[in-house]
Design a protein around this ligand. Structure first.
Ligand code: DC
Length: 342
């Protein structure tokens, strides 16, 4: 029977090599996920956004050694608000599978659809929990497996903290000063093969926001209602554009109160400290388990005792205590909850 597999991928740069690599990755993943061979492919159609001009994706398919399949490249019109540098795929295949058994492939954040193709309802998964509970690693892994977009809201508070520090403002004391320049702060999120990237006023700050100073400042910035209001709006806008797993502190209660799946992911202070300490050691950082533990306790206190949107389990969120679970067990458990609603 003839079936159609859909897919999309974003491209890092408008360069021939990047475009061909992305096309190859997309087609190879569609082949692997659907357990077919190149002989099962009937035809492949690509559409590309107008910002990709340096190569046609079809040439990448030829490089995969798929030489006898009809290929077509189509240019997509410029749609305001659409994903940038994106290749979309429709691959017709011979398959005995039902439509519901096909695996569509959305890679590197390409799940967000063009705004003119928006469906009425998307699945929103909200995951809250304290620092070091493993929210981001678990959410990332579940999102990748299920083709959802992972949105790390903590990174946005970190970018706001970096903005304050770059303006020599102490987010604990210079609140009025910081609020008065918030109009100059532009935070944007995009995706590439490394995952979510955070831009502060046009600059990619994804790595800079992971320092200790920014971590501490983020907890203070997150207490400021004007900052929260801006970031919550950005987060909600993103959730309206695709299936998302969003993690943070107030996602279940404030950002996405209508999320179809709500989870409060936590673990004991001791096991969170142990995991974080191991991570820091692997990164070659110089610290002690006791210091990590004290940092985590201080952040818990800050995040839970603030007035606006304190960290707290929403009444309708499912409590998942991962203290005695392996990483794989947690991911499977979260995926199981999501699969019930898709
Ligand atoms: O998850 P994280 O460590 O990257 O978060 C950085 C800080 O931002 C943390 O102190 C809590 C705060 N935060 C928040 O208040 N609300 C969110 N939705 C996400 C993070």
């Amino acid at each position: 029977m003839v079936r159609a597999v859909r897919g999309a991928i974003t491209v890092d740069r408008n360069e021939k090599e990047d475009i061909l690599d992305a096309a190859k990755e997309l087609v190879q993943e569609a082949i692997n996920k659907n357990d077919i061979t190149p002989d099962d492919i009937i035809s492949i159609i690509f559409t590309i956004t107008p910002d990709l001009t340096k190569a046609f994706p079809a040439a990448g398919v030829r490089q995969l050694g798929i030489t006898s399949v009809p290929l077509l490249d189509l240019a997509q019109p410029n749609v305001e608000g659409a994903l940038e540098k994106c290749i979309r795929l429709i691959m017709h295949i011979n398959s005995d599978k039902q439509n519901s058994g096909l695996h569509h492939v959305y890679l590197r954040g390409a799940r967000v659809l063009r705004p003119d193709l928006l469906e009425d309802t998307y699945i929103a998964v909200a995951i809250d929990g304290p620092a070091g509970a493993g929210k981001s690693t678990v959410s990332k892994a579940a999102a990748k497996d299920l083709g959802f977009v992972y949105i790390d809201t903590g990174a946005m508070y970190r970018a706001a903290a970096l903005f304050a520090l770059e303006h020599d403002m102490d987010p604990v004391y210079d609140i009025d000063g910081l609020v008065s320049i918030l109009d100059e702060m532009s935070i944007k999120i995009s995706y590439d093969r490394r995952g979510q990237r955070v831009f502060l006023n046009g600059e990619d700050v994804s790595d800079q926001i992971r320092t200790n100073d920014v971590t501490k400042a983020a907890s203070a910035v997150a207490k400021i209602p004007e900052v929260r209001a801006r970031l919550v709006k950005l987060q909600r806008d993103m959730a309206e554009r695709g299936n998302v797993i969003m993690d943070g502190r107030d996602i279940c209660s404030t950002v996405l109160p209508n999320a179809q799946v709500k989870i409060f992911l936590t673990a004991s202070v001791a096991s969170r400290a142990k995991r974080r300490y191991k991570e820091l050691m692997e990164k070659g950082m110089d610290t002690t388990l006791e210091t990590v533990k004290l940092d985590i306790m201080a952040r818990d206190k800050n995040d839970s005792e603030r007035e606006v949107s304190p960290l707290k389990k929403a009444d309708d969120a499912i409590l998942l205590d991962t203290s005695d679970m392996t990483f794989d067990e947690v991911v499977e458990c979260v995926k199981g909850m999501i699969k019930k609603v898709i």
